[in-house]
Design a protein around this ligand. Structure first.
Ligand code: MLT
Length: 410
């Protein structure tokens, strides 16, 4: 008898964004005439920057000739891209990272989800609440939690993000072995200061813990005093791995390219306390289970660092950040209390009612898709996330519709 991994039976029936897509599709089916505006999942709407398209075409042409054709590439990624990442994303901001500490992959979602394979079954994991659901669900699948009760999995330590702490939870009083952090934060759009990250690095060092730092939205930081990487903090190389993505930075959600950075001096321990290189373990996994991102995609990603690339990427991000400002201003005028939208493409606000009820209200009455905060955890109940990824005219129209539905409510 083929038996299932019973940990999967502990999961909620649907992944959050699949659930939303399913509900929206059902509604659209019932109301084919309705023009629905999507400010739910953070999916980009603008074309790839011209430098990327040019690099893509050039690389495709190379694939068309035997003399320049590429077969399997290095699983960890081509040096031309790893070198640019180390130099421009890290060294330029004073962070010590070397090209061979970078692993190119097809997505930060996959990397943050797969990374837990390197850990023992019985470690104590801390996740923020609200949280990007991938961190939680993948640990549930691996059997590191108990059942789901009252909106939480037993066995996880939840770091509560609240209005009072600005959705930047402090280090816990208790011991944990692994901490997922995400700044700029998905879903709340909050950012952590250097001092707040320094406290995490100190904590991780003293507890021999590991920080998994998701910096997928680093490119949206506008305030230069806010760290873009955990590796801008002294000592972080020993206790952290970092995940980044070109999805939102350069419009690669459909193109797929991301990377994970693991310093060579970051250690993880066996049951007798023996130290092992996290970098080597991930390298072992990556080379066994992954065959590299395609050559044209890596060339397209490289293009954002050279020539007119940085300017084009900046203007792409500015485009979405103007939407973020528009959303934030309008909701504030309507009397809603907002977080995010200034150093992140997400706006998180107190809806003053049940999250899913608010989702239904916006969908049915305004034809606007949002993400219910409770989908990100118990602390998200009563909150809503709006994404800035859409065209300004559509965002403006969505806000007019939201204002007419909510005008009298706040
Ligand atoms: C989101 O909307 O939270 C993201 O698009 C999800 C993702 O990047 O996987």
């Amino acid at each position: 008898m083929i038996r299932c991994n019973e940990n999967y039976l502990k999961l909620q029936s649907f992944y959050l964004f699949s659930d939303i897509a399913r509900r929206v599709a059902a509604f659209q089916n019932e109301h084919p005439e309705m023009d629905i505006i999507k400010l739910g999942i953070g999916d980009v709407t603008r074309a790839l920057p011209p430098v990327c398209i040019e690099a893509f075409h050039k690389a495709i042409d190379e694939m068309a000739h035997d003399s320049t054709f590429k077969g399997y590439g290095p699983e960890q990624g081509y040096d031309f891209l790893r070198e640019k990442i180390a130099k421009y994303d890290y060294n330029a901001r004073g962070a010590e990272i070397y090209p061979d500490e970078v692993f190119i992959s097809d997505g930060a979602k996959c990397d943050t989800g797969n990374f837990q394979e390197l850990f023992a079954d019985d470690i104590v994991i801390a996740v923020p609440d609200p949280v990007y659901p991938v961190y939680v669900d993948t640990n549930v699948m691996a059997g590191r939690t108990g059942t789901f009760e009252h909106g939480r999995y037993k066995g996880l330590v939840y770091l509560e993000g609240t209005k009072e702490n600005g959705f930047v939870p402090p280090v816990p009083r208790e011991h944990v072995d692994c901490i997922y952090l995400c700044y700029p934060n998905n879903p709340t759009g909050s950012v952590a200061t250097k001092e707040q990250l320094r406290q995490w690095v100190e904590y991780a060092k003293s507890e021999k813990a590991l920080i998994l730092f998701d910096a997928a939205y680093a490119a949206f930081i506008r305030d230069d005093s806010i760290p873009q990487s955990i590796f801008e903090i002294e000592g972080a190389r020993e206790v952290a791995a970092e995940f980044r993505s070109y999805s939102k930075t350069a419009g690669f959600t459909g193109t797929r390219c991301a990377y994970t950075v693991i310093p060579k001096n970051c250690m993880i321990y066996d049951r007798s306390g023996g130290a092992h290189s996290l970098h080597q373990l991930w390298n072992r996994r990556h080379t066994t289970k992954f065959n590299g991102v395609s050559y044209p995609v890596q060339r397209a990603a490289e293009a954002i660092y050279i020539g007119d690339g940085p300017r084009q990427v900046r203007s792409l991000i500015d485009y979405y950040m103007k939407n973020a400002a528009m959303i934030r201003d309008r909701l504030t005028q309507l009397g809603y209390d907002c977080t995010g939208g200034t150093n992140a493409p997400y706006i998180w606000f107190d809806a003053k009612m049940d999250s899913w009820e608010f989702f239904d209200l916006l969908l049915r009455k305004a034809g606007v898709v949002c993400t219910p905060g409770v989908g990100f955890g118990r602390c998200g109940e009563g909150y809503i996330r709006l994404s800035a990824f859409n065209d300004p005219q559509r965002v403006s129209l969505a806000l007019d519709r939201i204002a007419s539905v909510l005008g009298g409510r706040s």
